[in-house]
Design a protein around this ligand. Structure first.
Ligand SMILES: Cc1cc2nc3c(=O)[nH]c(=O)nc-3n(C[C@H](O)[C@H](O)[C@H](O)COP(=O)(O)OP(=O)(O)OC[C@H]3O[C@@H](n4cnc5c(N)ncnc54)[C@H](O)[C@@H]3O)c2cc1C
Ligand code: FES
Length: 272
């Protein structure tokens, strides 16, 4: 995963609303699609912004080397993502990637627990797609959290991949009422000691990731957490996305989310 990132002039293939203020942007970027792996991201130069504006990082939600297409699920939160909303089929987009270290693939017999909040389901979708394309005996279960049922993204896509879905919503409109950790805790309780053989992958807000980190430590299962930090260079050169991490020997050091992450093993992130 330390291969040099590619920079390419991609073309917008399609761009459509995906619910909850998000849009799905599909680009033709054959070289990046061929090198893409779950958990890695692309750094996109927003065409409508001035040339000096920073690129914006987005997880790879899907990639198809056969067609050369690459999909990004994004939420409009500010200037860059608002400008992206105007992109139309045929527009050109300067893309860099794939960047960062992604999710390691779990053994085929391990139960895979995907935990996502908001657009955090994007890299989990790509992971589920890759895992479901090879023979597995372990289950793949998605624990998706949001404010209401309408905020839970890509559920149809996960179902089509054969993923079991355990939702949680703040208002109880779908699944458990409350945090996404509620259905996860129920699942872990049912699994008993077998839960130790599960591997959890998560992407979402920091408080959710921290809660999952604590559960992995308490119950002894492996977990991989994808961190979302503001980024500048995206390639480990500016320290703009510094994150304190603890090495296995206990030493604390400063890592970069773009170069050393965005995926970190449970137990390694120092939550300030
Ligand atoms: C590795 C990685 C993967 C990401 N994947 C996705 C994805 O798949 N889909 C998606 O919609 N977004 C994703 N993001 C977040 C996305 O990069 C930001 O939302 C985007 O850059 C905001 O640009 P903007 O110009 O619209 O917002 P700005 O005008 O720059 O900021 C608007 C608001 O968003 C906040 N913000 C900006 N960047 C981030 C960030 N990285 N994390 C949290 N808050 C932020 C700002 O503090 C501010 O409150 C990812 C970020 C990282 C680091
Ligand atoms: S954004 Fe520059 S080091 Fe990560």
């Amino acid at each position: 995963m330390s291969d040099a990132p590619l920079r390419t002039d991609s073309t917008v293939l399609s761009h459509r609303p995906a619910g909850a203020g998000c849009r799905m942007l599909v680009l033709r970027a054959p070289e990046i699609a061929a090198a893409a792996a779950p958990g890695r991201f692309v750094h996109l130069r927003v065409p409508a912004l001035e040339a000096s504006a920073l690129r914006r990082p987005f997880s790879i939600c899907d990639a198809d080397p056969a067609t050369g297409s690459l999909s990004i699920l994004y939420k409009e939160v500010g200037r860059g993502t608002a400008a992206m909303a105007a992109l139309a089929p045929g527009d050109r987009v300067d893309l860099m990637g794939p960047l960062g270290r992604g999710f390691p693939l779990p053994p085929p017999d391990a139960d895979v627990l995907l935990v996502g909040g908001g657009y955090g389901v994007a890299p989990l979708h790509f992971l589920a797609k890759v895992l479901s394309s090879t023979p597995r005996t372990g289950r793949i279960v998605l624990f998706a959290g949001g404010r209401t049922a309408a905020d839970l993204l890509l559920l149809g896509g996960f179902r089509a991949l054969g993923v079991e879905i355990r939702p949680a919503t703040d208002d109880g409109s779908l699944g458990d009422r409350g945090l996404v950790t509620a259905p996860l805790d129920a699942f872990l309780e049912d699994a008993g000691p077998a839960a130790r053989r599960a591997v959890l992958f998560a992407c979402g807000p920091f408080p959710m990731l921290r809660a999952l980190d604590e559960r992995a430590a308490a119950r002894g299962f492996a977990a991989w957490l994808s961190l979302d930090r503001r980024m500048a260079c995206g390639v480990g050169a500016c320290c703009g996305c510094a994150q304190k991490v603890r090495d296995p020997d206990g030493a604390v050091r400063v890592a970069t989310v773009c170069g050393d992450g965005p995926v970190f093993p449970a137990g390694s992130v120092v939550w300030d």
